[in-house]
Ligand binder design. Structure first.
Ligand code: MN3
Length: 243
């Protein structure tokens, strides 16, 4: 796994050397599994048992979400770009970061299916029952600097997650000055397409919570704070801040 990831990073660095945008450079230079990239045609494993996030996110939701919904984004992306070996060898994170440079007939598929693949590939490892843990170390400092306190971060992030009309995500992102921001994006739009690095996000598509929470998105968002894998997010923050 490590070698494959290193290979992907090296591939990305050499392909990207032609015309590196700041966001691509940031991505390419980061060297940590918390910023692993993903090939367009490969569904990454969930990485833990589907019932690991119980009772906050139920096993059936996790199974369907990963095995059906995420897989569909991968399959549909392959349908769109599968005949182009160069695109198929490019990490999906790079594809969505450079979606504007793609031929018009591929843009929508990469934005929606590629975005879905990239977003969910980050979502799975950023989840873990945290037993009430809160951000630590440098991440805590950065979050407190931006949001005053963890509790006021929660208030702002919750408000963002509840403000998404229809399907989409709320994100904590890092901008090019390494400052943190909370943003919302519709559908499967990726922060990478805006030149921003996603640290972690909450999927507020109904498929992420409907079986357990039905229409009660506020309860799902409140439960989400119990399953943020702060170790992963901190590692990702530190890796992205170095470059
Ligand atoms: Mn989803």
């Amino acid at each position: 796994m490590f070698d494959r990831r290193r290979f992907l990073r090296n591939t990305l660095i050499s392909t990207a050397a032609v015309a590196l945008t700041p966001s691509m450079r940031l991505w390419a230079a980061a060297a940590s599994d918390a910023v692993a990239t993903h090939l367009p045609g490969v569904l990454p494993p969930l990485g833990y048992a589907p019932d690991s996030l119980e009772p906050f996110i139920d096993a059936q939701t996790m199974s369907l979400h990963h095995d059906k919904h995420h897989k569909a984004y991968v399959d549909n992306l392959v349908k769109a770009i599968g005949s182009d070996p160069k695109l198929m060898a490019t990490p999906v994170e790079t594809l969505v970061a450079t979606v504007d440079t793609l031929p018009a007939d591929l843009k929508t598929a990469v934005r929606n299916q590629g975005g879905g693949h990239a977003n969910h590939s980050l979502f799975w490892p950023s989840l873990k029952v945290n037993n009430g843990a809160v951000p630590k170390a440098e991440l805590a400092t950065a979050m407190d600097k931006k949001f005053t306190s963890y509790s006021s971060f929660q208030t702002t992030f919750t408000k963002a997650a509840l403000s998404v009309f229809g399907s989409g995500w709320a994100w904590v992102v890092m901008d090019q000055d390494h400052d943190l921001r909370i943003i919302t994006l519709p559908n499967q739009d990726s922060p990478l397409s805006q030149g921003l690095q996603p640290l972690f996000g909450i999927d507020v598509w109904e498929h992420a919570y409907y079986l357990k929470y039905q229409n009660r998105r506020p309860e799902y968002v409140a439960a989400f704070y119990n399953v943020v894998n702060w170790d992963f997010v901190t590692e990702r923050y530190l890796a992205l801040r170095k470059v």
